[in-house]
Design a protein around this ligand. Structure first.
Ligand SMILES: C[S@@+](CC[C@H](N)C(=O)[O-])C[C@H]1O[C@@H](n2cnc3c(N)ncnc32)[C@H](O)[C@@H]1O
Length: 280
């Protein structure tokens, strides 16, 4: 039973981090002409309309994209992200928010292929509507982890994977690590982006330790939070674990993470981490 709907969270502080890393990494990999296989294992509804028919319960985007929308001093990685979101909004008003599928579709070249998995039937229907007819994109209403294994390695051995589950049950964290190890065995040179929420810090510590023991090399982690860790608070922080990151990402994040922790948290409550989990 899937109860998570990304429409409630679209554009929040976690999406800012996830989508700015997603865009930077995708653009970096497109510097080479070879076809790129892009896989989103948990795609969501594709795009979101603020104030429209989709329920935006808590206006989480107010403390995410909403804060950055009009800023003139954004670090480059965030400026690129905000510009990409602005392209979906004809007016100066923030009305539409593109999820990971629409952000990727906007960057696709004729030779690239985008594979989107979404298990929730309603979100999958919304995703089909959002993407429209596009022969470069395939939408698959199946388990994203199974789909991922079936798509690796890509024929041209160039690939980018976003793993963005909803972490509805505790075992999702361990399941994710097993699936990442298996995907990496099929395709060790791919770039993998793994999003995680910090709800219970212990789960993230365990995930990091499991990845350190996995034998996978070249893993970096980027995280920022808007409140101190607290088991009763809900999501206080979120992060991206990146396997085989673009070499440019580290310096970009050195500028972006302190900015985000400063701008999106209450004074004195923001924090961030930038860690080489496993060296090259
Ligand atoms: C965090 S949302 C995705 C947001 C999207 N990646 C974005 O950034 O715009 C997670 C999505 O995964 C879907 N989902 C949950 N379990 C899944 C599974 N096993 N395979 C594919 N999708 C799944 C949920 O229905 C939900 O829409």
């Amino acid at each position: 039973m899937l109860s998570y709907r990304h429409a409630f969270h679209a554009g929040n502080f976690a999406d800012v981090l996830k989508h700015s890393v997603w865009l930077h990494t995708l653009s970096y990999l497109q510097q080479k002409d070879k076809p790129l296989r892009i896989i989103d294992t948990h795609a969501g509804a594709g795009g979101y309309h603020f104030g429209g028919h989709q329920p935006i319960r808590n206006r989480e985007y107010d403390n995410g994209i909403g804060q950055l929308w009009q800023k003139a001093d954004l670090p480059p990685l965030l400026a690129t992200y905000v510009k990409a979101v602005q392209a979906f909004n004809a007016e100066q008003t923030l009305a539409h928010y593109p999820g990971s599928p629409l952000l990727a579709q906007a960057l696709l070249r004729p030779q690239d292929r985008l594979f989107l998995h979404e298990l929730h039937s309603t979100d999958c229907r919304l995703l089909r509507d959002a993407i429209g007819k596009d022969p470069r994109v395939k939408i698959i209403e199946e388990d994203g982890f199974q789909g991922l294994q079936a798509l690796l390695p890509p024929p041209d051995r160039r690939g980018l994977v976003l793993i963005d589950p909803s972490y509805e049950i505790k075992s999702d964290y361990q399941h994710l690590v097993r699936q990442v190890i298996s995907a990496h065995q099929r395709f060790a040179t791919g770039t993998y982006l793994i999003w995680y929420p910090v709800v219970l810090r212990q789960r993230i510590d365990e995930m990091e330790r499991a990845l350190q023991k996995s034998g996978i090399r070249n893993i970096q982690l980027f995280e920022f939070g808007i409140a101190p860790d607290h088991p009763d608070y809900g999501m206080s922080a979120s992060g991206m674990i990146v396997i085989n990151p673009p070499w440019t990402l580290w310096a970009e994040m050195e500028a972006a993470l302190p900015y985000l922790a400063d701008q999106l948290a209450k004074p004195g409550e923001g924090h961030y981490r930038q860690v080489q989990v496993v060296p090259e």
